[in-house]
Design a protein around this ligand. Structure first.
Ligand code: ADP
Length: 656
């Protein structure tokens, strides 16, 4: 995890984020996954004015001048930016909360020739750039570069839980995350499982890494050889941690352990859109690696790759070369591996699969947060977010997920030690190249003007096709196109972010079961703005989906609700609301699925129950619709034929 104010990262001049021809950093092979069964008008203020807007400046204390400018007819002042002159209005970006990403953002905006509002703006902006979270400011329109709930979702415990749920359903597909236990609640389980594994394989000599839940930059992390070495003192909050199997055989370069920071853009949750940056950073340890022994367990410069720790080692190297030093580009590592004959295409496809699967694990709960903060039908912004994925390569080149950062450092300067203990910030060209490209290309992808142009283009095409059938066969040259030569994009390099989802959706959609469970959960939440299901909501879910019967009475339903909810609410995590959280609902849902569809593998039980519930709810909706129309006499005839039309296949189920 990285805090918003993460320290600057050191420089190793990098190859451009833009890919040179033939470079191994380009993902060429498709990721492998098991195949499933199937502006407002511009204010017109000249640049530089925005500085005055905060105080009683030109707009006066009530901001009248600003409002007046907002009313001015397009084509006068507005024409300077768009209006009748035919020039596009410039995209407006509020950077007042950008914090440590401000410098990289400013450069990106200059390159795009967009308008920055460093002190905010009274009128809405197109984009709000937040440094910490969605809640940095109250936003009701436009786009924000953070999703509500993302910071909570990528905490060590929450991420481990989300991945664990997927591991329960698809153990082979989710074997890229080390086996983990949540402390303190799973300490007895941890002890028991380790003992069992040791009994079954006496040659197994594991090492574990303990990571405090709220920690970052290696803070509080330690390695142990035996469960009894875990420090279990302090308050519940301070003891919250994840203990994880330590990857003892990482890939080494120059005898050093290193990890990879990859930038991933979650452009949209619904529909799911994911992009990966073609290049990232590799952060190196500063002591030659040795497999963990009782003697070297405490040597952080050997075992932990955090920049914030290794910068304090006398061996830290700021290098001018991309393939030496303590921080290098990921593409330089790939070049090196490729020259040794490694299959880097396969590596890339494994990394893409890891990223998509991890995001699939995170989306169900993110959707719960999203509907709570931005209820459907209410005005609210849309969101996107740059995530930092930390990945460790094993000796056999298998990528393993270490963690996901909601606020990856976007600083473009690094610390230099002038004299012992005295540090100075100096510009870092490598950080600037990689990070500015990621921010700039994220903005290009979410460009609201582009979306508007696309919509207009679609409408124009529809209009044309309605009026003149023969134009349908016309080639691209005949279609109305926007003049891209006038666009600031004309001079920019091609995007450093590559779409991986929905591009590879077909290979991964079968994994999205918990998403469908979350959709059921959200349907029964009832009160807008809540994230927890009350007992009545749970009962309604059971009734509407016809899940209770003589073997499973409503009294048993209540007991299931109380048991699971109480356990989840006693786990030491903050609970502002009472009721059943999504993970508790997922657990209850899995229980019901196992009860109803005995003897199938878990993912098939869950898929069958989801199909069954969706079928029941669609039928219910249809009945309600028919009742609403007052066509009561057609009710029995309509339901079966409509469900056919919806392509709903009721799961074969045992009426248990
Ligand atoms: P933090 O948020 O404090 O940086 P991380 O989970 O990133 O926590 O762990 C810090 C460092 O510890 C990583 O950069 C990596 O070098 C090392 N590390 C973490 N987990 C493992 C693991 N399971 N096996 C081997 N090394 C690990």
């Amino acid at each position: 995890m990285e805090p918003a104010g993460a320290p600057p990262q050191p420089c190793a001049p990098a190859r451009e984020a833009e890919e040179p021809p033939g470079s191994p950093a380009l993902p060429v092979e498709e990721p492998q996954a098991r195949q499933p069964a199937e502006a407002p008008p511009e204010e017109g203020a000249p640049p530089g004015r925005e500085r005055c807007r905060r105080g009683a400046g030109p707009q006066g204390p009530g901001g009248r001048a600003v409002r007046d400018r907002g009313r001015r007819a397009p084509g006068r002042r507005g024409g300077e930016e768009g209006g009748r002159t035919g020039r596009r209005p410039r995209v407006t970006v509020d950077s007042s909360k950008a914090k440590t990403s401000l410098e990289a953002l400013k450069i990106s905006l200059r390159q795009l020739r967009w308008r920055e509002f460093p002190f905010g703006r009274r009128l809405p902006c197109d984009i709000y750039w937040h440094g910490v979270s969605f809640h940095d400011n109250d936003i009701f329109s436009g786009q924000v570069n953070k999703f509500p709930g993302m910071t909570e979702m990528v905490r060590k415990i929450t991420l481990s839980r989300a991945v664990r749920t997927m591991q329960d359903l698809f153990p082979l597909e989710y074997n890229f995350y080390p086996r983990s236990w949540i402390l303190p609640e799973e300490f007895p389980l941890f002890v028991a499982e380790v003992r069992m594994m040791k009994d079954s394989d006496p040659s197994w000599k594991p090492t574990f890494i303990v990571k405090p839940d709220g920690g970052c930059q290696g803070d509080g992390i330690y390695l142990i050889k035996d469960p009894s070495d875990i420090r279990l003192t302090g308050s519940v909050q301070s003891r919250l941690a994840v203990v994880q199997e330590y990857i003892c055989k990482p890939l080494l370069v120059d005898k050093l352990k290193f990890d990879i920071r990859l930038y991933v853009l979650l452009k949209s949750l619904e529909p799911l859109e994911i992009y990966i940056a073609k290049d990232g950073l590799s952060r190196f340890c500063t002591e030659p690696y040795q497999e963990p022994t009782l003697k070297n367990l405490h040597q952080v410069f050997m075992h932990l790759t955090n920049y914030s720790l290794n910068i304090h080692s006398g061996n830290f190297i700021h290098s001018d070369s991309v393939n030496t030093g303590s921080k290098r580009t990921f593409s330089s590592i790939l070049c090196r591996l490729s020259s040794r004959g490694a299959d880097v295409k396969k590596l890339w496809s494994d990394i893409i699969a890891l990223v998509i699967k991890t995001i699939i694990a995170l989306t169900p709960e993110l959707k719960v947060y999203y509907q709570s903060d931005i209820p459907a039908g209410k005005p609210g912004p849309t969101c996107f977010q740059i995530l930092g994925f930390d990945i460790l390569l094993m000796k056999n080149l298998k990528p393993m997920l270490l963690e996901v950062n909601a606020n990856p450092s976007m600083r473009i300067e690094h610390e230099q030690e002038l004299s012992p203990g005295v540090f100075e910030n100096v510009p870092s060209p490598v950080d600037e190249e990689v990070k500015v490209a990621v921010i700039r290309d994220t903005l290009r992808l979410v460009d609201p003007q582009k979306k508007k142009r696309k919509d207009v283009q679609c409408q124009t095409l529809e209009h044309v096709s309605e009026g003149s059938e023969e134009l349908l066969g016309a080639g691209p040259a005949d279609r109305p196109e926007y003049d891209t030569t006038k666009s600031p994009e004309a001079g920019l390099p091609s995007l450093c972010l590559k779409q991986v989802f929905p591009k590879y959706a077909k290979q991964f959609n079968y994994l999205r079961l918990v998403d469908r469970v979350a959709a059921l959960f959200i349907r029964f939440l009832g009160v807008k703005g809540t994230t927890k299901l009350g007992p009545t909501g749970f009962r309604t879910f059971i009734r509407n989906c016809k899940l209770s019967n003589s073997n499973f009475s409503m009294a048993s339903v209540d007991i299931l609700y109380i048991d699971i909810t109480r356990r989840w609410n006693s786990m030491g995590i903050e609970h502002k609301e009472s009721g059943m959280c999504l993970q508790a609902f997922v657990e209850a849902f899995f229980c019901l699925a196992q009860k109803k569809y005995k003897s199938l593998p878990l993912h098939e039980q869950v898929a069958s129950l989801i199909d069954f519930c969706e079928y029941q709810l669609a039928a219910l909706d249809e009945r309600r619709l028919v009742c609403g129309r007052g066509i009561v006499e057609r009710r029995s005839a309509v339901v079966p034929c409509q469900t056919d039309g919806l392509h709903l296949t009721p799961a074969a189920h045992n009426p248990s």
